[in-house]
Design a protein around this ligand. Structure first.
Ligand code: NAD
Ligand code: TYD
Length: 335
């Protein structure tokens, strides 16, 4: 029976991944969730699995060697999701990004080197490549990250690779495109716009709204990670994407249409600093191993919007209190 150490398991993708593991393995895998519970960590995401005997939650910081070391010793497989993850926040205050995304990854890699693991998956991002106007990035392309967030992720990405080259640690690095699905913190485009529209509040579109992202359903991302744990080659980088590129304005229109809300909710606002125009990854490498996404964009988007309709209590709490104050101070407008 394998023991998974999932860091950042109380966040959006991490909690979906823990659900995925339960559905796939039931009681046939041990799961340890190490999470600091920052504003983005939410144990509500895991209420339905927390009483399982093969699941354990540890509140702690991946930058703290005394916390990380004994947990990595127990683990066969480490999946490092823990990160500060929001580009806008990294523009305002990069410190925690450097600490968690780089130094935290370093602490985990050091513990893995000391104790040995079967697999260490560093969850990187397609944002490490920077923006591309035509074509798609291959894994061998140069990294030109343009925000403090993506630069910190690029640091961890290459640090993980160096542990493969230097210490033979069985590292796999994944670079996935933008995820959507249940339990995403309502500061990111899709949950922010869906929940704002549900409350008849404006949808703040940065710049001309024509920036492009490739949207992948979070379950497909989880499935790809698990596939790579078993079929990926050590020391390799794998792009993950769904080939569903949309301009932000297209996503906005789709949300308004599904919710039957008026166009007048659209509000063009000042552009994000250093806003990457387009992200696009070439996924031929993982496809050649035999993996492809299985959810259709249209259906998974509908399911996602419906999830936010059905879980108002989940997001209404997050959008009140501290975050509301943060949003007002940071964006100079009401949430
Ligand atoms: P998230 O912000 O929803 O969750 C991050 C989690 O990490 C939270 O639970 C938080 O409490 C925890 N955390 C933060 N600092 C920590 C620390 N020092 N120690 C322990 N735990 C800590 O992020 P997400 O969207 O779920 O992203 C997860 C990972 O996937 C990140 O590494 C991110 O860079 C990467 N990624 C995200 C996307 C996306 O579209 N969301 C796409 C590609 C890659
Ligand atoms: P986001 O969800 O922050 O993800 P990322 O920046 O990591 O791709 O943003 C997705 C796109 O949506 C990006 O081009 C910025 C844009 N955006 C807005 O136009 N308005 C918003 O309020 C937010 C949060 C994002």
């Amino acid at each position: 029976m394998k023991t998974y150490l999932v860091t950042g398991g109380a966040g959006f993708i991490g909690s979906n991944y823990i659900h995925y593991l339960f559905e796939k393995y039931g009681s046939a895998a041990n799961i340890i969730n190490l999470d600091k519970l920052t504003y983005a960590g939410n144990l509500e995401n895991l209420r339905d699995v927390e009483s399982n005997n093969n699941y354990r939650f540890v509140k702690g910081d991946i930058c703290d060697a005394s916390v990380v070391d004994p947990l990595v010793r127990e683990a066969d497989i480490v999946i490092n999701f823990a990160a500060e993850s929001h580009v806008d926040r990294s523009i305002g205050a990069p410190d925690d990004f450097i600490k968690t995304d780089i130094y935290g990854a370093f602490m985990l890699l050091e513990a893995a080197r000391k104790h040995g693991v079967e697999k260490f998956v560093q969850i990187s991002t397609d944002e490490v490549y920077g923006s591309i106007i035509d074509g798609s990035f291959k894994e061998t392309d140069v990294l030109e990250p343009s925000s403090p967030y993506s630069a910190s992720k690029a640091g961890a990405d290459r640090l993980a690779y160096s542990y493969f080259v230097t210490y033979d640690l069985p590292v796999i690095i994944t670079r996935c495109s933008n995820n959507y699905g249940p339990c995403q913190y309502p500061e990111k485009l899709i949950p922010l716009f869906v929940t704002n529209a549900l409350e008849d509040k404006s949808l703040p579109i940065y710049g001309d709204g024509k920036n492009v992202r490739d949207w992948i359903y979070v379950r497909d991302h989880c499935d790809a990670i698990e596939f790579l744990v078993h079929h990926g080659d050590d020391g390799q980088v794998y792009n993950i994407g769904a080939g569903e590129e949309r301009m932000n304005i297209e996503i906005t229109d789709l949300i308004l249409k599904y919710l039957k809300k008026p166009d007048s909710l659209k509000m063009y606002v000042q552009d994000r600093l250093g806003h990457d125009r387009r992200y696009s990854v070439d996924t031929a490498k993982i496809a050649a191993l035999g993996w492809q996404p299985s959810h259709s964009f249209e259906q998974a988007m509908q399911d996602t919007i419906q999830w936010y309709i059905d879980h108002k209590k989940w997001w209404a709490r997050l959008k009140s209190g501290e975050y509301k104050e943060y949003y007002k101070a940071h964006y100079k407008r009401e949430l």
